[in-house]
Structure formats: structure tokens, C-alpha cells
Write a protein that binds this ligand. Structure first.
Ligand SMILES: CCCCC/C=C\C/C=C\C/C=C/C(=O)SCCNC(=O)CCNC(=O)[C@H](O)C(C)(C)COP(=O)(O)OP(=O)(O)OC[C@H]1O[C@@H](n2cnc3c(N)ncnc32)[C@H](O)[C@@H]1OP(=O)(O)O
Length: 295
């Protein structure tokens, strides 16, 4: 098995077959070498306010691989059971990016077993986030396509930085299809008509456009994102928690139950779908287009 080469992109090496062994171990191995941060999810709990800040920390773009999703899931579970924790802010430690969505390397020429494990980790992270009793707010200080948009939409409130950043479920542009639970969350966020357009077109919106369709709740200059989230949290923290939690749970239960009742079927379906020749071809072309952007 060839070792990853210094100075050459992980995606490019994988695409060119330089670091792709059998058994879908590319991401795990490359990750150790190229993303050797101690943890991909930083949790900072403020015990005075009861507000935890959870920062995705997988430079350069916080793409969500099996490890990140597993760490995120565990972090969310811990906060959920911490009685002193009342709210959680989801943010990024990487400048200019919230999250680039799912790690494409987890879906490109991976094994069915790895695909299933990866998908289960995504399901669990999402169930923990969307089903959380906590007040959850997304501080979107950068791009937030696809899986990044799902994470943001799964929070109770979204503040996005104005400027060049984009957000949306752009799956169709990769030749893949947003899973039903991504769709459900978007439907609950922006309604049927906007979701239908957004998903078919694989639309990526500027912060202002996202605000106009209700995909985000506030747009402010980059430096104001965190202070704005903190200000908004003060309002939410004043609401009696039990009443807020019951309201949230009752509004989200149907969507959560829909996935809970068919998790394994959904994971298997993902693995089968993603490994179709036509889908792999589309992903390969998308990866090539990402690389072309740089050349
Ligand atoms: C009916 C059946 C349904 C069944 C369901 C089946 C299938 C659906 C499955 C999954 C749903 C998918 C969800 C997803 O999240 S797919 C991921 C989509 N993400 C994207 O399209 C984002 C792609 N990235 C970008 O557009 C840009 O990188 C950026 C985020 C706008 C940032 O731009 P910037 O210029 O700042 O950075 P670079 O483009 O130079 O990127 C830096 C570096 O990162 C690599 N990279 C970027 N994104 C990803 C990614 N998502 N995964 C892995 N790697 C990524 C990029 O190639 C660069 O690498 P390098 O080493 O060359 O620097």
C-alpha cells in the first residue's frame, strides 16, 4: 500500500489511486497522517451559563468522516446527560467553513461494510442533534453545503455570516440524492415548495438568499456571529425548559421516528446506492471538478 505523499491533496491521492487499499481503510489511514489533531470535536462547557460550545475541528473543511461523526455523537450524548448543560452552540474551529458536509472519500470507492458503519455514525449524530433536549444554535461562520447544511438545519436557530459563504443541500450536483430524513428536516425548515426547488437544483444559497427563504434566522458580519448567537440564547434560556422541550419534541418526533424505525434498512440502502457504478462515476467526476478548481 502506497503511503500518502506530502504536499499532495488527500482527495487527489485517493482519486488517483495512490492511497486506496482494499478494505476501505483510506480515510482512517490518511486521517492519522494528515489530520492529526488530538480530537475533531472540541467541547467547551461554560459551567456558569450552562452553554456548551461544540466546534468541529477537522481542517481544512471539516468534512464529516466516520471518526468526526462518532466523536460528535459521543459529545452530544455527554451533553444531553449533563444536567448542568442547558444549551449547545454548534460552530467550527476552521476559518471560513462551517462544514463541507460528508467526507466524499467515505463514499468514493469504499467498501459496503465501511459505508454502513459510516452511515450509522451519521444517523446517530443526527438523531442526537435533532432530538436533543438542549437549546441548539448553529453559528455558521463559513460554507455549509450538504451534510453541513443538515447539521445547521437540525439546530433550533441559525446565525450565518454575510459575504461569500454558501449553504444548501447540493446533493444532486454530486449525482446523489438527499436521503429522506435530510429532506424531512428541510421541509420542516423552509416548507414544501422551497424544498422541492432547493433539492432538485442542488441549490447553494448565499446568506442573504438563505435568510429570505428561512433557511437561516439571522445574517450578520462574521465577527458578529458568536455575539449574536449569545444574545439570542439569552432569550431562549428565559423560557421554562420543560415547556420548551415538550414543544420541540412533539414537533420533531414524527421525523425522528421515521428514521429510528428503519435505521438498518436506510444504512443498507445507502451502501447499495452509493456503490452503484453510475453513482461512483458521478462522484468521481465531482471530485475531479473540485480538484480542477485549484489548477
Ligand atoms: C433515493 C436514494 C437516496 C439514498 C441516499 C444515498 C446517497 C446520499 C448520500 C449522502 C448525502 C451526501 C451528503 C454530503 O454531505 S456530500 C458532500 C457535499 N459537499 C460538497 O459538495 C462540498 C465540496 N467542497 C466545496 O465545495 C469546497 O471545498 C468548499 C466547502 C466550498 C470550501 O472551498 P475552499 O476553496 O475553501 O476549499 P477547497 O475546495 O480548496 O477544499 C479544501 C480541501 O478539502 C477537500 N474537500 C472539500 N470538500 C470535501 C468533502 N466534502 N469531502 C472531502 N474532501 C473535501 C478539497 O478537495 C480540498 O482538498 P486539497 O487537499 O486539495 O486541499
Amino acid at each position: 500500500m502506497a503511503a500518502p505523499m506530502r504536499g499532495m491533496s488527500v482527495l487527489r491521492q485517493a482519486f488517483q489511486g495512490l492511497v486506496r487499499p482494499a478494505g476501505g481503510q483510506v480515510c482512517r489511514q490518511v486521517q492519522h497522517r494528515c489530520y492529526s489533531t488530538p480530537g475533531h470535536v472540541q467541547v467547551d462547557m461554560n459551567s456558569e451559563t450552562g452553554v456548551a460550545t461544540v466546534r468541529l475541528n477537522r481542517p481544512p473543511v471539516n468534512s464529516l468522516n466516520l471518526d468526526v461523526l462518532t466523536e460528535l455523537s459521543i459529545a452530544l450524548e455527554k451533553l444531553e446527560t449533563d444536567k448542568s448543560c442547558k444549551a449547545m452552540v454548534l460552530a467550527s474551529a476552521a476559518p471560513g467553513i462551517f462544514s463541507a458536509g460528508l467526507d466524499i472519500l467515505e463514499m468514493y470507492q469504499s467498501t459496503p461494510e465501511r459505508c454502513v458503519a459510516f452511515w450509522r455514525a451519521l444517523q446517530d449524530a443526527w438523531l442526537n442533534l435533532y432530538g436533543s433536549r438542549l437549546i441548539t444554535m448553529a453559528a455558521i461562520e463559513g460554507h455549509s453545503p450538504a451534510g453541513g447544511c443538515l447539521l445547521a438545519m437540525s439546530c433550533d436557530y441559525r446565525v450565518m455570516a454575510e459575504g461569500k459563504f454558501q449553504i444548501g443541500l447540493n446533493e444532486t450536483k454530486l449525482g446523489i440524492v438527499a436521503p429522506f430524513w435530510f429532506t424531512d428536516v428541510m421541509l420542516n425548515t423552509i416548507g414544501h415548495r422551497e424544498t422541492e426547488k432547493a433539492l432538485q437544483l442542488g441549490a447553494l444559497y448565499s446568506a442573504q438568499q438563505a435568510l429570505s427563504i428561512g433557511l437561516v434566522d439571522k445574517v450578520v458580519p462574521l465577527a458578529e456571529v458568536m455575539p449574536t448567537v449569545e444574545g439570542e440564547l439569552k432569550n431562549w434560556l428565559q423560557i421554562p425548559a420543560a415547556a420548551r422541550v415538550i414543544t420541540k419534541t412533539s414537533m420533531r418526533k414524527a421525523v425522528l421516528d421515521r428514521l429510528r424505525s428503519q435505521k438498518e434498512k436506510d444504512a443498507q440502502f445507502f451502501a447499495d446506492f452509493i456503490n452503484r457504478d453510475s453513482v461512483q462515476k458521478s462522484l468521481g467526476m465531482y471530485i475531479a471538478s473540485l480538484q480542477k478548481k485549484k489548477n
